[in-house]
Design a protein around this ligand. Structure first.
Ligand SMILES: Cc1cc2nc3c(=O)[nH]c(=O)nc-3n(C[C@H](O)[C@H](O)[C@H](O)COP(=O)(O)O)c2cc1C
Length: 151
């Protein structure tokens, strides 16, 4: 099974860290969505899509890449994200609906907390050190549970 991990991680690189350990576990490439060329995703059986949660949703630019797939029904997909909220998978709802409508098979979802720094109304920050080693371990376990042949 060929796979690729595609991410957008514009705040503090939190989701990129998760993308990298998932890709390592699956022995595949992790690429920022900005580097993915049109048509490039058609060659993979499994696509992992991840971003930070921004204003209650995953980054909508990821949808554009998936829209261009020639044969979405032949592919599996998994979603991952980092968020300020400890219960971030609830923000996958829109993306989940979108991929299911395209006909992609949803294989699983992963979320963990990530550092969030806010600069308006004075500097405030949450979730220092996240994702941490435990988050990365859980992301690895997630990867090997959805694609068991990667072990
Ligand atoms: C503009 C902006 C909006 C955000 N909105 C949310 C949100 O609605 N819910 C949430 O849980 N976290 C929110 N966050 C926190 C990010 O999801 C969190 O910091 C995440 O780890 C960022 O990932 P990244 O470093 O990969 O971009 C927001 C962060 C930014 C910068």
């Amino acid at each position: 099974m060929s796979c690729i991990v595609v991410y957008l991680s514009k705040h503090r690189g939190n989701t990129k860290k998760i993308a990298q350990v998932i890709a390592e576990e699956l022995k595949c490439e992790a690429k920022s969505a900005d580097e993915v060329k049109p048509g490039e995703l058609d060659q993979y059986d499994i696509i992992g899509i991840g971003s930070g949660i921004y204003a209650f949703r995953m980054d909508g630019r990821l949808k554009k890449l998936l829209k261009g797939l020639k044969d979405p029904k032949s592919k599996g997909i998994f979603l991952f994200s980092t968020s300020a909220d400890p219960d971030g998978t609830k923000y996958h709802k829109g993306m989940k609906k979108f991929v299911e409508k395209l006909g992609l098979k949803l294989l699983g979802e992963f979320n963990c907390q990530g550092l969030y720094e806010m600069w308006f109304f004075g500097k405030k920050s949450w979730n220092h050190g996240r994702p941490n080693e435990d988050d990365l371990k859980k992301a690895r376990e997630f990867a090997s549970s959805i694609v068991p042949s990667s072990r």
